[in-house]
Design a protein around this ligand. Structure first.
Ligand code: HEC
Length: 114
């Protein structure tokens, strides 16, 4: 229960977009960033716009400020992003055997903070 309320608090505070992160949120975002750098950054940018990126996959710059995924045009939800990460595609590797659920959540928190 305690864990649940802590994660709810974290989720709620991430939605308060432009507030300065609290120290424990910062750790979370840093872990998400590390996971992104280790697994995604070869193919996806997050600090460059779609027009600026030279990467193979779409950029996730301000991804969660919009309401659609850039390539598929699917409705943008955490669940849709999570599905994509787990299953990949013909060109994108699947991460279901590489990252566990909490790691994927950290990653999405990071994307949501950009
Ligand atoms: C080998 C390159 C590669 C890696 C590594 C990779 N991706 Fe992708 N990804 C792609 C490509 C190319 C696409 C676009 C084509 C497609 O949807 O399969 C894509 C699409 C996506 C989409 C859907 C975009 C849309 O608009 O539908 C998401 C979300 C995504 N990647 C997240 C990630 C995350 C998070 C990671 C790291 C865990 C990651 N990707 C790692 C190449 C990669």
């Amino acid at each position: 229960m305690r864990r649940l309320s802590i994660s709810l608090l974290m989720a709620a505070s991430l939605f308060a977009a432009d507030q300065k992160p609290l120290p424990w949120e910062k750790n979370r975002l840093q872990s998400g960033q590390a996971l992104f750098r280790a697994n995604c950054v070869v193919c996806h940018d997050v600090d460059k716009t779609q027009a600026e990126t030279k990467k193979f996959g779409p950029s996730f710059y301000q991804l969660f400020r919009g309401d659609k995924l850039p390539m598929s045009g699917d409705k943008l939800t955490r669940a849709a992003v999570k599905d994509k990460i787990k299953s990949g595609s013909i060109i994108m590797p699947a991460f279901d055997k590489v990252l566990n659920d909490s790691e994927i959540d950290l990653l999405i928190d990071y994307l949501q903070s950009k």
